[in-house]
Design a protein around this ligand. Structure first.
Ligand SMILES: Cc1cc2nc3c(=O)[nH]c(=O)nc-3n(C[C@H](O)[C@H](O)[C@H](O)COP(=O)(O)O)c2cc1C
Length: 178
């Protein structure tokens, strides 16, 4: 693997931290890697220069952010000639009982929407709920949803972190060998 590009969108910063760990891991393995939060800009080099492009998003209310989907649509032609990997960061991946459904809804269904790309790999990563980062309305809504998944009487903590750093590092390491 000569060069990897990661294009993603993070709404509350969890995916950014995960991508930063991917970049660090790949660099330590001697692989050239760039990352771009598509809200802020594009990869530093033209897509042609990358051997593999990983595209990802945090999940909110069952959906990818619009920027990475637009990126796939706009670059479908070049992406069809590249190795492509898809990944998502979501709350559901923190619950083993919800992982199969999350894989189908957030990754397999998305891949099926874009027949031009056949992912060489997909990554389903647990994210986090950091309630201090949300405004009042979002905090109340998300806490209400999370509370239903807890035991009776159990309080929702301020932070719930489902990130599995070993899984994240293993995934990007696998990509460097594809
Ligand atoms: C308003 C809101 C809605 C969310 N909806 C979902 C959801 O439908 N499914 C899910 O698995 N996780 C959901 N989550 C959890 C996020 O995917 C999780 O917080 C993730 O770490 C967000 O990544 P980001 O900070 O990079 O955007 C939601 C979080 C928020 C704040």
């Amino acid at each position: 693997m000569n060069r990897i590009g990661i294009c993603y969108r993070s709404r509350y910063g969890t995916t950014t931290e995960i991508v930063q760990e991917m970049v660090k891991t790949a660099q330590e393995a001697g692989v050239s890697i760039d990352a771009a939060d598509l809200k802020e800009g594009n990869l530093p080099a033209p897509l042609e220069d990358y051997d593999l492009i990983a595209i990802g998003s945090g999940i909110q209310v069952g959906k990818w952010a619009k920027e990475p989907l637009k990126f796939i649509e706009e670059n479908a032609s070049i992406l069809s000639t590249k190795k492509v990997a898809l990944f998502v960061v979501c709350g559901d991946a923190g619950d083993p009982a919800k992982c199969d459904e999350a894989q189908e809804m957030y990754l397999d269904n998305i891949a099926a929407q874009y027949p031009e790309i056949i992912p060489v790999s997909t990554g389903l990563f647990g994210g986090m709920f950091d309630f201090k980062k949300y405004n009042f309305v979002v905090r109340r809504m998300v806490k209400g949803i999370v509370k239903k998944s807890l035991n009776e009487g159990e309080e929702v903590p301020d932070v719930m972190d489902f990130r599995n750093w070993d899984q994240i590092r293993a995934w990007i390491t696998e990509l460097t060998t594809i």
